[in-house]
Design a binder for this molecule. Structure first.
Ligand code: ZN
Length: 217
């Protein structure tokens, strides 16, 4: 397997040395934070900063995946815990997939997509278009890798509940798809990864929504 095909040196180094380590770190952060016992422990320790992080995690997980991640959850109600476990298992699988080489191909032609994978999940190739390098910020490049690898590793095709190009989404607000749909939508993994990042700022996403609604009239 050729790990990198048709990339120039600069693009190869960007993906290998910056984007992939960032994608790994985003997935590690999800695994650390989306963890009710840790939320409970942080709550016991107190402190405003910790509470702010707990609130941020709970809000994102509830809005995006429809999961209540509440340290005060009733012990007899285990359904949300099962959903948390499924989400963590899936994120763990996507995270582990970044430890092994997978084929990447630069497709030097105009595309509507920055990156894409095959619906034949036996083919793990991630394809990159010039848009990936020209139009995406470093964080967007990393979450795009999270998105594409989620398709392949979790064997989830299409984007149930959102269509292929959701517009006007503020990541931490998600689209309130409910767990059964969200867990099969690669965008939801992308939104969770970006919304828990320390540099996440919802304002540009909100501005984009406003611009879209103005130009739509
Ligand atoms: Zn996708």
């Amino acid at each position: 397997m050729e790990e990198y095909t048709h990339f120039n040196g600069e693009a190869l180094e960007l993906v290998r040395d910056t984007n992939i380590p960032e994608a790994k770190s985003m997935l590690d952060r999800i695994l650390t934070l989306v963890n009710p016992p840790i939320a409970l422990k942080a709550k016991q320790l107190g402190g405003r900063a910790q509470q702010a992080i707990i609130d941020k995690v709970r809000t994102a997980v509830k809005n995006i995946f429809g999961i209540l991640l509440d340290a005060d959850m009733q012990p007899m109600d285990d359904s949300d815990q099962r959903h948390v476990d499924t989400l963590r298992d899936n994120v763990q699988k996507v995270r582990a997939s970044f430890n092994l080489p997978f084929p990447k191909v630069f497709q030097d032609h105009k595309s509507m997509l920055a990156a894409w994978v095959s619906n034949n999940f036996a083919d793990p190739t991630v394809n990159f278009s010039p848009m990936y390098f020209d139009d995406l910020s470093l964080l967007d490049q990393a979450v795009t890798l999270v998105h594409e690898r989620s398709h392949t590793i979790l064997r989830i095709s299409g984007h149930p509940g959102t269509g292929d190009s959701p517009v006007c989404i503020v990541p931490h607000e998600g689209k309130r798809l409910g767990f059964d749909v969200a867990i099969r939508n690669a965008y939801c993994y992308e939104w969770l990864a970006i919304s828990l990042h320390p540099n996440y700022n919802p304002t540009p996403y909100r501005d984009l929504c406003r611009d879209n609604s103005i130009s739509g009239h």
